[in-house]
Ligand binder design. Structure first.
Ligand SMILES: [Zn+2]
Length: 75
């Protein structure tokens, strides 16, 4: 059940992820920029384990992050 009565605010930077600006009943999630920076700080071995065959990780929102660098790619 999604509606404008249930805003979500990024727990990292306080950006509004969706819904109305912060107020009562706000939930905490993570916005795309923070999710990307979080992913880029994860160990490469872990990223490889969660990445799809094309080397990208799909976030909750459908945003795709390329995690495999060309220099790191196996032939
Ligand atoms: Zn954020």
């Amino acid at each position: 059940m999604q509606g404008d009565s249930h805003p979500v605010v990024c727990a990292w930077c306080n950006a509004t992820v969706f819904g109305k600006p912060p107020g009562e009943g706000v939930s905490h999630g993570i916005c795309v920029p923070c999710a990307v920076s979080l992913i880029k700080r994860l160990p490469p071995e872990y990223l490889k384990s969660i990445a799809e065959p094309d080397g990208a990780v799909t976030l909750f929102s459908g945003y795709r992050v390329e995690v495999s660098s060309p220099a790191d790619a196996a032939p």
